[in-house]
Ligand binder design. Sequence first.
Ligand code: ATP
Length: 328
Amino acid sequence: MINFGSKGCGIVDSSQVVIEADGLVKSYGSFQAVRGVNFKVFQGEVFGLLGPNGAGKTTTMEMIEGLRKPDGGRAIVAGYDTQKALIKVKEVIGVQLQSTSLFELLTVEEIMRMYASFYPNAVPIEPLLEDMTLTEKRKGRVKHLSGGQKQRLAIGLALLNDPKVIFLDEPTTGLDPQARRTLWDIILRLKERGKTIVLSTHYMEEAHVLCDRICLMDQGKVVALDTPRELVRRLQSDSAIEFRLQGADESEEGRTRMLEELHSIREVKGVDIRKDVYVLYTDNLQTSLIDLIERSAAGSMELADLQTRTATLEDVFISMTGRSLKEE
Ligand code: ATP
């Protein structure tokens, strides 16, 4: 048994596989949205599917939940094949969909009671409302809820059957920072209670904060799968130096010369250009920074907006795919 559990105090039991995605493939017409996805999710972990829009996260999740039929491969949840034993799978999962259309005219409490009536062994509603910080809103109509409150209600509804495994599809997209953090707390509390959570997101910070392991997806494929710390460690550089260049020669030739110069800076392991921002990766921030500034002082380049930061999952994604997680 390995405890990855740095996020909250839930125990991750890596000897117990709760979900297995085995060669999942899905096309829409001639477009292959998911191209052979494999991974295992362990008991008690928060497992993140992180990737830009269109990476195939939702399609992958919905094949595991049994909402979409794979063209190839299979998904096993709690020992059941979602294609062959969907009823069994439904008993152990809770699903918060990306866009839940809730009954706008019902109150929070009414909709909870209605959904609870679908399950033979639904959990009591009051503690659930409390957990979702919706007690004060129980008499309020759904249409008057904020985006964050609606998302919390959607998660509450997904928890009514006391599921072992919870699927959250981009639960914080479009929420303000405070509403996002409230949801993060809820997710970490669910983990503490031993739930296994599969979460899709295109926010790298969210994945970093919440997930024990992250499956980086791009264009329907898994590009990397590891703990956030190990993913960043793969870059072999823990710091990044970012800057713009003023009056730089923007021709192809000028850029190539500049890249060569930047690569030759002491201790620099990698160089990237994002629009007009140059990024240098280094394990020795001080040495690289001094060398960069000395070259600038000697007149070989004019630096602007210089800043340093630690390397992130965004850097990992770019180094692996050449693209950004963020929408341009
Ligand atoms: P997002 O964050 O935008 O939801 P995602 O990573 O969840 O992205 P998917 O929703 O799985 O990605 O979509 C993967 C690709 O499949 C996208 O290019 C999308 O346009 C396409 N797609 C998804 N659903 C359908 C559908 N029902 N019909 C046709 N194409 C679809």
